[in-house]
Design a protein around this ligand. Structure first.
Ligand code: AMP
Length: 464
């Protein structure tokens, strides 16, 4: 029996329960028995040829965050459904169609997080960070889950790096947050991005803008898609961000929110624009860019990539959400943040030919007789203590097969210890790039490895 009811994947079964005697997986239909399991549609493994690039993105996320005083938070992947229903908003595609929601054994409705902002705001209050220095500068990274239509750049499990600055309404914080995102993208090496910037006002000025939008779209409503017909009543700002060809023509001359900003929102936006210009961060003023929920206020931004296709061209985005804390039932607290999608950044880097190389393997150690296994293990340990990456291959394949393996793994040097070497206390070391080898005393080995690494092509070591 399937456990729980995962919305949208109701026809799938869990494979948790195994009958020990027969080995049959309970909950699978008979014709599925024996078929090796694969990933759930829209979810994927990140394999070693890709993980160095992911590792680099994570390291840069950590560095650019810490450099600006952002501290890391890790929130649960599973949260009460209500957090997102309230925090992301009932009238969004995410909550309406895309959440992985199920009932746990305690009869609670829980959801795999589709985004992290609501969780971070919850953690800020639940963990007492609202009592500490303000604003709290926080960053996170990790997997998010949305039951969306899978395609290149769109997955059901994807990864975000994000920051949230909670507890200040200063426009300089908007500038800071945008600058962090821009710096992360630049340090990751992504080229061809354009920052899109807009201001969507606040509770004061947005009602008039909303009405102006309704006036604009009303005559075209009959020709627009069903989603937009609904949005016309519930959330007219989102009429600006529908991607359907039936609707986009009517967006072209829609009123711009900038023209409806009240004085405080206009001043806020002016500081953000001046700050970005002063820091040399280029942007396109984009009056169609919206974050279509009431608690989003003022600044909205996205980073678009010029080459990624259609709806997948947004590498990330964010904005000010001064109303979110209150919507969740906490004290009103201004905040601003972003979420960048790592999957799309990796995709962009791969297409640029800028994926990270695998970690450098310095030495491959091969004992050729069983008595040499322990001395080889000690030698490998000593070389690692020098800071090098070392693989010990004490298997019983032929020397030739193991040399081939060392080559495939990109080792700079191979160290061979056999019967002769055991007696003499010397080892053979082979420089793989120069294809030459020599015998050295064990105590001189580290120096020889150093020499080989220095002389071989400058292979920038990647990270896992
Ligand atoms: P959002 O939270 O919708 O503003 O998304 C922020 C960023 O997360 C997007 O710009 C994407 O880079 C990434 N993202 C969102 N949804 C997906 C998805 N289904 N697959 C891959 N990346 C995603």
């Amino acid at each position: 029996m399937p456990r729980g009811n995962i919305l949208g994947v109701g026809s799938q079964h869990t494979c948790e329960e195994r009958a020990p005697a027969s080995g049959i997986i309970l909950g699978m239909s008979p014709n599925q028995t024996g078929v090796p399991p694969r990933t759930v549609p829209g979810m994927r493994d990140l394999l070693p040829d890709e993980t160095p690039t992911w590792g680099r993105l994570e390291r840069i996320a950590r560095v650019v965050s810490i450099q600006r005083g952002y501290a890391r938070v890790v929130t649960p992947i599973l949260e009460p459904t209500e957090l997102f229903a309230r925090g992301v908003g009932e009238a969004t595609d995410i909550v309406e169609k895309e959440m992985y929601t199920f009932t746990d054994k305690g009869d609670r409705s829980v959801t795999l997080r589709p985004e992290a902002t609501a969780s971070v705001v919850r953690a800020y209050f639940q963990g007492g960070l609202n009592q500490g220095p303000q604003p709290a500068r926080l960053w996170y990274e990790g997997p998010m889950f949305r039951y969306d239509r899978p395609q290149a750049g769109r997955y059901r499990q994807f990864f975000q790096y994000g920051i949230e600055a909670i507890g200040s309404d200063s426009p300089w914080l908007d500038v800071e947050v945008i600058e962090v995102a821009a710096d992360w993208l630049a340090k990751c090496g992504v080229t061809g991005t354009r920052l899109q910037l807009n201001s969507i006002g606040d509770g004061n000025c947005r009602p008039a803008y909303r009405e102006a939008l309704r006036d604009h779209f009303r005559p075209h409503l009959a020709e627009m898609c069903d989603d937009d017909k609904r949005r016309f009543d519930t959330n007219p700002l989102r009429l600006l961000d529908c991607k359907k060809t039936s609707c986009t023509p009517f967006q072209v001359d829609a009123p711009s929110p900038i023209d409806y900003l009240c004085e405080p929102c206009r001043e806020h936006h002016a500081v953000v624009e001046a700050g970005l210009k002063g820091l040399g961060i280029e942007y396109d003023a984009n009056p169609r860019l919206v974050r279509g929920l009431d608690y989003y206020t003022r600044t909205a931004f996205e980073f678009w990539h010029v080459d990624l296709e259609g709806a997948q061209n947004a590498l990330g985005g964010g904005g000010r959400y001064d109303g979110l804390a209150e919507t969740l039932g906490f004290a009103a607290t201004p905040a601003v943040g972003f979420a960048m999608g790592a999957d799309r950044v990796v995709l962009a880097l791969q297409r640029q030919g800028a994926a990270a190389p695998p970690p450098r393997l310095a030495v491959y150690v091969i004992p050729t007789v069983s008595d040499a296994a322990l001395p080889a293990a000690r030698l490998a340990r000593d070389l690692r203590a020098e800071g090098w990456s070392v693989v010990l291959d004490a298997g019983d394949r032929s020397l030739k097969a193991r040399m081939r393996q060392a080559q495939k793994m990109g080792a700079d040097a191979v160290v061979i210890i056999g019967e002769e070497e055991l007696k003499s206390g010397r080892v053979v070391i082979r420089d793989m790039a120069a294809a030459g080898q020599r015998e050295v005393a064990s105590e001189d080995l580290a120096r020889e490895v150093d020499r080989i690494l220095d002389s071989s092509a400058p292979a920038e070591g990647g990270e896992a």
